[in-house]
Design a protein around this ligand. Structure first.
Ligand SMILES: *Cc1c(COP(=O)(O)O)cnc(C)c1O
Length: 398
């Protein structure tokens, strides 16, 4: 029986020019972003400038992780302890974790079958909780109708923070993901669209929010050295009152990110070609529901999801085992116990989550798979063939 032999957790190597740039930083030894030789512009400041430009944002701040960016964004919009913060129930653990890190309270919103936020339920939850902030996670790259969402947030008086961990380089109706809200957060952790091991960004067009974020990140009153932040006047009212919650990025990571950023568009296109390959190979498979991708959504297909709606738990487990035995490593969001990266809103007991029956129905059959760029288009066709054959064998069986 045909078996796939690629690794679902193997990303591409760091490009040679990025390795060279990293070595140069190590040779001079000035790894801290504010440690500069006379006249030198450090890698982090250059990266921020380039990232802001690439995302179409006025300001950018490079930080230690995506999760740090989320917490920093919440602090910059001045969420208070005990305050309710809305977020979609289908998200990753660092999102409710960032909310909890401020002593704030995550309030989860139902998920639709296309894996986006249920906006009717959002309105209900916003009114019931009195929340004034929505942290919207574009989870696994699925973007909701952003035109409708932005209008709804305005109606409900919600400040929008976008978690773009899976949508760096994506667009909605031509507008870059991250440009619809007050602040956007990105991750450069190994499994995202740029790889520095750990790292993240925060972008905004709002001078006051960026000044707060820069102070929070640990700028030691050296904010004038940033090139993608507002001028020193913007810091005047904040410098005495904003705590330093250190979470800076260093020059070594920035050095390996700058050459990768230049290739982001090409990488995103390569991911989406792989996604479309798997999708085409799975189309029409009985028992398998593909996720609807709207015309307006220019997504980055760095991972692939599908649903096995109505399958019993035993049948899904058997499907995962059979695909696994043929080298296709799948994750399942329906298991009772959280494992690896697939924890679920009801695994986060500290947030005291209320049951969300619609989300439970969607997650019960939700299968998830990474698509690293080390896979070729032929690999993707082979993977789809295995997914299809195993579904065919099981779906009809009693
Ligand atoms: C990866 C990720 C983050 C942030 O992750 P870090 O590991 O802290 O960089 C946030 N949200 C989502 C949806 C993610 O996948």
């Amino acid at each position: 029986m045909e078996r796939f032999t690629g690794s679902f957790t193997q990303q591409e190597p760091i490009p040679e020019d990025a390795i060279e740039a990293a070595i140069a930083v190590m040779r001079h030894g000035r790894l801290h972003r504010y440690n500069t030789a006379p006249g030198e512009v450090p890698e982090v400041a250059l990266l921020e400038q380039e990232f802001a430009e690439a995302m179409g944002a006025r300001y950018a701040l490079a930080v230690a992780s995506g999760g740090y960016a989320l917490g920093c964004a919440l602090r910059a919009v001045q969420v208070a302890p005990g305050e309710a913060v809305l977020t979609n129930a289908f998200t990753l653990a660092p999102v409710p974790g960032a909310i909890a890190s401020l002593g704030a309270r995550p309030v989860f919103v139902e998920t639709l079958a296309d894996l986006t936020i249920d906006m009717d339920h959002l309105a209900v939850q916003a009114r019931a909780s009195g929340a004034r902030v929505l942290m919207l996670s574009h989870m696994r790259g699925h973007i909701c109708d952003m035109d409708r969402l932005v209008a709804l947030c305005a109606d409900l008086g919600l400040t929008l923070i976008e978690d773009c961990a899976h949508t760096m380089g994506a667009r909605w109706r031509g507008t870059q993901s991250g440009q619809h809200g007050a602040v956007a957060c990105y991750s450069t952790q190994t499994y995202k669209h740029l790889n520095s091991g750990e790292g993240g960004f925060l972008t905004t067009d709002d001078a006051d929010l960026m000044a707060r974020a820069v102070m929070l990140s640990g700028s030691y009153m050296l904010y004038a050295r940033h090139r993608a932040a507002p001028p020193p006047e913007a810091f005047e009212g904040l410098r005495w009152t904003t705590p330093n919650i250190s979470g800076r990025m260093d020059n070594l990571r920035a050095a390996i990110l700058r050459p990768q950023l230049k290739r982001l568009d090409a990488q995103c296109a390569a991911w989406t070609a792989r996604y479309r390959g798997v999708e085409a190979g799975l189309k029409g498979t009985p028992g398998v529901s593909l996720i609807d991708r709207p015309e307006a959504e220019d997504f980055v297909g760095s991972s692939f999801q599908f649903r096995l709606d109505g399958w019993s738990e035993a049948k899904i487990r058997s499907y995962l085992d059979r695909c696994g035995a043929r080298g296709v490593e799948l994750k399942w969001f329906g298991a009772a116990e959280p494992s690896g990266f697939t924890s679920r809103y009801d695994s986060w007991h500290y947030a005291q989550p209320a049951p969300l029956p619609a989300t439970d129905r969607v997650l019960a059959g939700l299968i998830d798979m990474r698509l690293p760029l080390t896979f070729s288009l032929e690999d993707c066709a082979q993977i789809a063939g295995i997914l299809r054959a195993e579904a065919g064998a099981l779906y009809q069986a009693p």
